[in-house]
Write a protein that binds this ligand. Structure first.
Ligand code: SF4
Ligand code: SF4
Length: 344
């Protein structure tokens, strides 16, 4: 494992970190085993959030008594000072620590959030106070909006930026990272698998390892997966023409309108299971249409409940035309049903 300083923070971190979402669904014992395995493999950066239910507690349990060996990054989606202060104290308690190395304002992708955060009684006041008190060492930002991220990293308030980054989302490399680097910010790559739509770990990390000042934070849910990624990082990084062709093939297949499975659009007031319905073509591609029509039946049939009310459109950070896309996916499902002999 190689280590690097995260931008202008003085934090030394492993070349890839640990994303704390998947341990939500693990038992405490299993989560602790996965976290400790990552540590044994040299991972020192652990990214979590107040919103990742149980994740902070599991990290706190896994590394109790060895606080100085790891770097903890967590975050809040609260926009007002009182709630953000509560989140900071809750994170400290759950993580069993007296300080957070990197505290991030979580998913700041809309102007109205920024206005609230920076206005009187906004979360930024609580963060500044916590920094004075030593509860927080460094402040970072996470966002899914390229325009917001590009703008906010220039405010001088943040020392790191966390943004989706993978070979199917190259905008980060072409624009955001150039600015972030010039300003001395540390760069964390969230969603290295584009929210679960990429299924090729070797290719995923071949792409990311080209950027030696970008720290990917894949989510881990098993010891085997930790071992797999650590093994990839032990090899020299060589990108062949065949790899580039395969990346291009993924990009072409997914296009720009692919769902990153962030779930911000949910819940739908009419019970549409939006995320799995959005994923139907990928499931059909991966599993075959014969399997997908049964596997995705409940989710894709829930599309019939869509009234095109537009609520989900206001929540999707990627501005995806959700009702149109899920309707298309439903039509594909009906076509598959016919083709596999379950036609209606
Ligand atoms: S537009 Fe359709 S899927 Fe979106 S929230 Fe409304 S009913 Fe649900
Ligand atoms: S439709 Fe948009 S908000 Fe919903 S999961 Fe996909 S990317 Fe996220």
């Amino acid at each position: 494992m190689r280590y690097q300083t995260l931008g202008k923070t003085n934090l030394r971190v492993s070349e890839f970190g640990f994303g704390g979402i998947p341990i939500i669904r693990l038992t405490v014992d299993d989560a602790v085993a996965v976290l400790r395995r990552a540590y044994e493999k040299g991972v020192t950066l652990y990214d979590t959030a107040n919103a990742y239910l149980g994740s902070e507690d599991k990290i706190g349990r896994a590394f109790h008594g060895m606080r100085d060996k790891i770097v903890i990054a967590t975050k809040t989606m609260k926009r007002d000072a009182a709630s953000a202060a509560d989140h900071i104290d809750a994170s400290l308690r759950l993580l069993r620590t007296d300080h957070i190395d990197l505290y991030q304002l979580h998913q700041v992708s809309q102007e109205k959030d920024w206005d609230t955060l920076t206005g009187p009684g906004g979360a930024l006041e609580a963060v500044a106070k916590a920094k004075q008190q030593g509860k927080i060492r460094h402040l970072g930002l996470t966002s899914h909006s390229l325009s917001m991220a590009n703008r906010l990293i220039k405010t001088g308030l943040f020392e790191t930026i966390q943004f989706p980054f993978s070979f199917v989302e190259p905008a980060a490399a072409d624009e955001l990272h150039v600015t972030a680097r010039s300003l001395g910010l540390g760069i964390l790559a969230m969603k290295p698998f584009a929210g679960g739509v990429l299924d090729n770990a070797a290719l995923t990390f071949k792409y990311l390892r080209q950027f030696d000042d970008v720290v990917p934070i894949p989510g881990f849910d098993s010891v085997a997966y930790v071992d797999q990624v650590a093994a990839i990082y032990e090899q020299p990084n060589v990108i062949e023409d065949a790899d580039r062709a395969l990346m291009a093939e993924y990009r072409d297949r997914l296009g720009k309108h692919f769902c990153r499975r962030c779930e911000y659009c949910q819940p739908c007031p009419n019970g549409v299971m939006i995320t799995p319905a959005m994923a139907y073509p990928i499931v059909a591609h991966r599993m075959s249409k014969e399997v997908a029509v049964n596997f995705s039946k409940k989710a894709i049939e829930s599309v019939q409940n869509c009234t095109e009310c537009g609520v989900c459109l206001t929540r999707c950070p990627y501005n995806l035309p959700i009702p149109e896309l899920i309707r298309k996916n439903y039509d594909l499902y009906l076509q598959h049903l016919k083709e596999v002999g379950h036609g209606r």
